[in-house]
Write a protein that binds this ligand. Sequence first.
Ligand code: VGL
Ligand code: ZN
Length: 201
Amino acid sequence: MTALLLIDIQNDFLPGGSLAVPGGYEIIPVVSALQGRFELVVATQDWHPPSHKSFASNHPGQPVFSQVELDGLPQVLWPDHCIQGTAGAALSQGLSWNCVEAIFRKGTDPAIDSYSGFYDNGHRKATGLAGYLRERGVTDICIAGLAADYCVYYTAKDALDAGFRATVVADATRAIDADGFRKAAADLRERGGLVMTSSEL
Ligand code: VGL
Ligand code: ZN
């Protein structure tokens, strides 16, 4: 069984948001058309406390988009985004979320970032997504959402590691950095993942 996994389609990653992904809104009609083609649709939501250590604002003197080390892991310092309960953290109203059976929140621990829908960046704590999908009989996952070079990429990588077949839907995602996504796509293909357009699925 194949599930559609929608990653972080939230206002802060869309035009006007604090960490807007270029062209982000272009995925909305593509995702909307995809939803009805899957038996199971699941989503993730980036959901940070204001004190989150991935925010440059919590590292006085460090500029936004600089890189630091956080608890032994490399960490990009982001603008404040997806703060719990804010409009920026809300799922985009450009989509209907009615068919989404479960939403997994991530990034709630202020001490560690969480790009993947499955684990935090240190692989210290699982979100329960893998167990949920297995229990629902899922073998294959199609991944869409934002951003292609961060949360979509890391989710796809963890999906493959967890033993799922994983396909990133190229026209249903956009990257913060286009070159970053080219590398990510090559890496996923090397790991046995697929990158396909929605019409190729
Ligand atoms: C994301 C950076 C920080 C993403 C989340 O959803 O790709 N990127 N937090
Ligand atoms: Zn985040």
